[in-house]
Ligand binder design. Structure first.
Ligand code: ZN
Ligand code: ZN
Ligand code: ZN
Length: 161
């Protein structure tokens, strides 16, 4: 009897996804998509990869710290925006820049988030409640649907205690 070692369904059970790629692979994707590979971008990806929760730009800035001199908070924001454009990073907490958090985005992955309105922590929900076919039919010929952003707000267990 053959036993499958890799259980892909395990991916869907946990809230936090482990990245399966390396920093170098992400950088190659960046380059393939027409963006320059820089030390700052590499550092940001490395930090997001080794952290198990989404981070704010400020937290990323603090982690970059002394390793990349003269990297200002603004530079972190600018690079995160570029990485998001390139489809390598997802922004969570879309309502404001200060509390926005970022996580790595893997190709083919699509999920949504619960966001705590008090502390800003978020939980990945490995589901999509959007019925794409239904929406496409409703939008009709007027609009070509490409993507969507959707998050739910509430209070985490810690904040509601
Ligand atoms: Zn909370
Ligand atoms: Zn997520
Ligand atoms: Zn969705």
């Amino acid at each position: 009897m053959r036993v499958d070692v890799v259980d892909v369904s395990a991916d869907l059970t946990g809230g936090v996804r482990k990245p399966v790629t390396t920093v170098d692979e992400v950088m190659q994707l960046l380059k393939a998509r027409g963006y320059r590979r820089t030390v700052q971008r590499e550092r940001i990806i490395a930090i997001l990869m080794k952290t198990e929760r989404p981070l704010t730009a400020r937290e990323i800035h603090e982690s970059v710290g002394s390793r990349v001199p003269h990297m200002r908070l603004d530079t972190v924001y600018r690079n995160l925006e570029l990485l998001r454009e390139a489809g390598l990073v997802t922004q969570i907490n879309l309502q404001n820049r200060e509390s926005a958090r970022f996580e790595l985005h893997e190709d083919g992955d699509h999920h949504h988030h619960l966001v705590c309105i008090d502390c800003g922590r978020s939980v990945c929900l490995p589901v999509c409640p959007i019925d794409r076919a239904h929406l496409e039919a409703a939008a009709g010929a007027e609009f070509t649907l490409l993507n969507h952003a959707f998050e739910m707000y509430g209070r985490c267990a810690r904040c509601s205690a």
